[in-house]
Design a protein around this ligand. Structure first.
Ligand code: ADP
Length: 256
């Protein structure tokens, strides 16, 4: 029904209604902002004591002689590693919401992906997983480096984490029209179509997957993609596995 609403006679009520809606919206975004700031501050404050704990435990590890002591200390270290990762993910997530302190700069995306693959090669090697990069050279975009590193790390980390022993992870970066497109395909269990929206929610984890993680990785990935004006899609990779496709405006297309 495209007829105009009969509002002509009631400008005052209408104005009052808009004022109320505006006040409400301001309150909602105010409290969302406060919540983000609180989480970021808390995460930031937790980093120092966690780092201090790690140093102390490592000192104890060097002195411990009994296997039982070693075992208990290893448990503390792995808890510390998980907590530290969670804290830095929270910080990243709250920051990427707010895009604090990062400038747009020209970035060669394929070089960045190659660099992150080299950084994660040790983790992949330990599980006999092969990392391969294909596509174009010199794929330029205007981006925030630290955020993009986090995007690529989280996707590679998942692909490695959910791959079977000895599996292959294929990354491909290419320029397609005005977009830089990154595809990362693995041979893991994939994500059921019904869950492909929910996996981007903060703290969402597929209960059938037993891999340790916080459920924040894909939320961070999505936040970074949105921050860069891009898009993300999840598909099946062949008969099994997941293929994540991220498109970001290329340097020419990203001028804002
Ligand atoms: P985390 O991996 O820390 O649990 P993420 O936010 O990165 O958190 O991922 C959310 C969920 O999406 C994971 O728990 C897992 O169920 C699923 N998932 C993510 N990446 C993959 C992948 N490459 N293959 C299969 N499942 C995945």
């Amino acid at each position: 029904d495209l007829r105009p609403l009969p509002v002509e006679g009631r400008p005052r009520e209408l104005a009052a209604m808009f004022t109320r809606i505006n006040a409400l919206l301001a309150r909602v975004s105010d409290s969302a902002q406060r919540e983000r700031a609180f989480i970021a501050d808390a995460a930031h404050e937790l980093r120092t004591p966690l780092a201090a704990m790690r140093i102390n435990v490592e000192a104890l590890q060097r002195q411990a002689s009994e296997p039982r002591q070693q075992q208990l200390l290893d448990g503390i270290v792995s808890g510390n590693v998980r907590a530290t990762r969670l804290v830095s993910q929270l910080l990243r997530l709250m920051r990427s919401d707010a895009t604090v302190g990062e400038q747009l700069e020209p970035i060669c995306f394929d070089a960045l992906v190659q660099e992150r693959m080299a950084a994660l090669a040790g983790i992949a090697d330990a599980r006999g997983i092969e990392l391969e990069l294909s596509g174009d050279n010199g794929v330029l975009l205007a981006g925030r480096r630290e955020s993009l590193v986090s995007l690529v790390d989280n996707l590679l980390d998942n692909a490695i984490k959910y791959s079977p022993q000895g599996g292959k992870v294929l990354a491909d970066v290419r320029a397609e029209g005005a977009q830089c497109v990154l595809r990362i395909a693995d041979q893991g269990p994939g994500i059921a179509p019904g869950l492909r929206e929910r996996v981007f929610d903060r703290f969402f984890r597929d209960p059938r997957q037993a891999q340790g993680g916080s459920g924040l990785g894909l939320a961070i990935v999505r936040a970074v993609v949105e921050q860069h004006g891009g898009g993300i899609g999840l598909d099946a990779a062949g008969s099994m596995g997941l293929c994540v496709t991220v498109s970001l405006p290329s340097a020419a297309g990203a001028k804002r």
